[in-house]
Design a protein around this ligand. Structure first.
Ligand code: F6R
Length: 316
């Protein structure tokens, strides 16, 4: 099965791209634009750039329109695996009108045509994959552009070394999630990966899944736990990182305690690895396998996303 083959080979997608590194300070701000399996790339880059102390604003956009403050001297990085996603193309067209600097990343499609025609920088990723299964290629391309190239080899090694353990843990988590609505809680450092858990479970396992983030969820979501009918339909996963703010870590512990008092057993996870990037990709790879095994339990082929294709077709 293709999905399994791609997942087994996913670690090898991580590697440095031979590209000229962008100097972020040359721009007044950076906008990443992308949807779904491509959009996650901007979310991760925003997090990494902010952790690196980048002083220019960084925005990750999933939609048609650029924010009004994105003007000349800003950089748009448009990521679309197919190169044909209309929201992403719309942001490129708007950026052209406002004279932003533009870089396009895709495996071909209209984005490549536009980049060729207009002379924009273009970074090509290997074609032939379902977009969400090309995450490692797209992330590697964009991380390389922003000077995170060195981390990529370490990510690959970390995933390769922990692959068997990741698969085993994923298999066990999938068993636990069976017949429940998975709810994935993230923290400021794991938020993009919590969202990736949600989207991969939606697309691969063909089931609903929701996400919320600490500390915000301590101000609303937790009250929803009062209702036993609702909470007993769900199974909870909490993703956090040792570098999270100490008060966030404290909040993870409190959340776990509250869940236990309610008779719920959340799966609490930290990624393995020396750096934040390695730990985040550990959690992302774990989720790839969780969603794969959950699809198997429910008897679904993880690859087709018929309803997404149908909606794209209806919009043509
Ligand atoms: C399909 C998938 C989707 C797409 C999304 C945008 O595998 O993951 O979420 O990523 O529909 O399409 P692209 O990535 O081609 O811009």
């Amino acid at each position: 099965m293709k999905a399994k083959e791609w997942l087994n080979a996913m670690p090898s997608q991580f590697g440095t791209y031979d590209v000229d590194v962008i100097s972020v300070e040359d721009y007044k701000g950076i906008v990443f634009s992308g949807m779904g399996g491509s959009g996650i790339v901007g979310d991760v880059l925003k997090l990494l750039l902010e952790r690196r102390g980048t002083e220019v604003p960084v925005v990750s956009l999933h939609g048609y329109e650029l924010p009004p403050y994105a003007k000349q001297d800003w950089l748009l990085v448009a990521v679309s695996y197919s190169g044909n996603t209309e929201e992403t193309i719309s942001t490129v067209q708007e950026a052209m009108q406002r004279r932003l600097n533009i870089i396009c990343v895709s495996s071909g499609g209209k984005l490549e045509e536009i980049a060729d025609k207009e002379g924009f920088r273009f970074v090509s990723v290997p074609p032939g994959y379902a977009p969400r299964y090309a995450f490692g290629f797209m992330l590697s391309a964009v991380m390389s552009l922003f000077g995170f190239g060195r981390s990529l080899e370490k990510i690959r090694k970390n995933l390769d070394e922990n692959k068997e353990e990741i698969k085993e843990t994923a298999y066990n988590i999938a068993q636990v999630l069976q017949n429940y609505i998975p709810i994935v809680y993230g923290t400021p450092l794991t938020e993009p990966i919590a969202f990736r858990w949600k989207t991969q479970i939606n697309e691969n396992s063909k089931t609903l899944c929701y996400t919320a983030v600490l500390p915000e969820l301590h101000h609303n979501e937790v009250v929803g736990l009062d209702n036993p009918i609702a909470r007993n339909l769900c199974h909870f996963i909490i993703l956090h990182d040792p570098e999270d703010h100490p008060r966030v870590i404290k909040r993870v512990e409190i959340t776990e305690k509250i869940f236990k008092e309610l008779g719920l057993s959340p799966v609490v996870l930290r990624g393995k690895g020396e750096s934040l990037e390695e730990r985040l990709m550990y959690l992302a790879y774990l989720e790839d396998w969780v969603s794969f095994y959950l699809a198997d339990i429910y008897g679904y082929d993880p690859l087709p996303v018929k309803i997404i294709d149908r909606i794209k077709e209806s919009l043509k």
